[in-house]
Design a protein around this ligand. Structure first.
Ligand code: ZN
Length: 413
């Protein structure tokens, strides 16, 4: 028994059980045990769910000198973890130069077009952060016939790294969708499509062992599994001096873990396997809904969003029986093409970049008005917000520039 286990044994006393330890198999995690309930229900995803998102709350010290690509990528990850991106997305580092050099110039753009690549090359850019991933579908060759492959070739030849955050920026607390909904007014904001904790622990195994030696043998066998460092377990001593063990393990390691437990007769007879529901990551996910503190008219909502997005025109579909003076109390937004996230959401007003004719008809038939800005116009304004956040975490030797050439391809003439 190590020191931490002794301390836990001394410090915890519960009416039915005595808590002995709560630790990962390799790396030790010490959880202050305020009550049995919190151990059972909170420690399961502790290391993941309490992970800070720097967009919303934390700051880190400004580094003193220039940065290499890996360090800049670390900063981008901390500002919006890529694990928040949708499973279908293609986020992260998409082009990595073979020669490492300090990152001096970063170009931020919504879309990486030919014009933006011209701009990047002209300013001898080292890293392009393109919100939309310029490489999405897999390809088997790199040739000049396809414009996206041309861009990839130019980035490689110019030694420019390309990174795309896409739906991780949409999802993160304080990210793109929170910025978008701020434009309509203050109120109680909630997430439309809740992001879940990406914890590896997906099964909880409960079993009893007669003594510490039995447990040590099981743990020894478990250490042979590939991801044993991600396991967390709690031990509760019953009144009969036996030990009840609660262990969380990733689904991929379930079979070898169960095999290790089955080697012990008492553990085998008492084994209970529970699938753990992934808990929500509060404030993160796709789309946002707001109940406004002060209701406004549709006309006012329109004016506010024009100002927020920096646009002279927006497209408006009035909900059935609604006029420009009708009251707006609740608003749902989703940056980009938001119909799939907004579908079925009850709100007086939807705000997104684009929706199809039939999707708009569905919304207005339910009395919901719709404001459309064109796809990327609902996203691009966040680049200047992100520029400020990124610059606060990079040395002054790094220049961050927002593309002048990046624009929505559609215009209202
Ligand atoms: Zn988009």
């Amino acid at each position: 028994m190590n020191l931490s286990r002794r301390l836990f044994r001394l410090s915890c006393s519960l009416s039915r059980f005595n808590l002995i330890s709560n630790t990962a198999l390799e790396r030790k995690h010490h959880y202050p045990p305020p009550c049995l309930h919190s151990i059972l229900h909170c420690s399961i995803c502790h290391q993941f769910c309490t992970r800070p998102f720097l967009l919303s709350s934390r700051s880190f010290s400004r580094p003193p000198c220039s940065m290499d690509l890996k360090t800049v990528l670390d900063v981008l990850e901390q500002l919006a973890p890529l694990s928040l991106a949708e499973s279908w997305d293609n986020v992260g580092l998409l082009v990595e130069p073979s020669k490492q050099h300090p990152i001096k110039t970063i170009l931020l753009t919504n879309d990486l077009t030919v014009d933006v690549m011209d701009e990047a090359e002209a300013m001898t850019c080292d890293l392009i952060v393109s919100y939309h991933p310029p490489l999405f579908r897999p390809f088997k060759r790199l040739v000049q016939k396809d414009w996206k492959q041309q861009l990839a070739i130019r980035a490689i030849e110019s030694g420019i790294a390309v990174f795309s955050p896409h739906t991780s920026w949409d999802s993160v607390k304080g990210g793109l969708n929170d910025w978008l909904i701020e434009g309509v007014g203050n109120g109680q904001v909630s997430v439309l499509s809740q992001a879940l904790c990406s914890a590896h622990q997906k099964h909880r195994l409960e079993f009893t062992v007669r003594n510490e030696e039995g447990l040590d043998n099981i743990l020894k066998d478990m250490r042979k599994t590939e991801k044993s460092e991600t396991f967390q377990y709690s031990i509760l001593r019953t009144e009969e001096e036996a030990q009840q063990v609660i262990l969380n393990c990733p689904s991929s390691e379930l079979t070898p873990t169960v095999q290790a437990i089955l080697g012990n007769t008492t553990a085998r007879q008492s084994l209970n396997i529970i699938q753990v529901q992934q808990p929500p990551l509060l404030g993160c996910g796709q789309g946002r809904h707001v109940v406004l503190d002060e209701p406004i008219s549709i006309a006012v909502a329109l004016q506010r969003m024009k100002k927020h997005l920096g646009l002279p025109y927006l497209r408006l579909a009035l909900g059935n029986q609604k006029t420009l003076d009708s009251a707006v109390k609740s608003v749902a937004v989703c940056a980009g093409s938001g119909a799939s996230v907004l579908q079925g959401v009850k709100a007086d007003l939807y705000i997104t970049g684009e929706m199809s004719h039939h999707e708009v008809l569905d919304a207005v038939s339910k009395g919901t008005s719709v404001i459309l800005s064109e796809h990327s116009n609902s996203e691009r304004g966040f680049l200047s917000v992100f520029k400020e956040r990124l610059s606060a975490h990079l040395p002054e030797s790094v220049t961050i520039i927002i593309s002048q050439k990046d624009k929505d391809p559609l215009q209202v003439m």
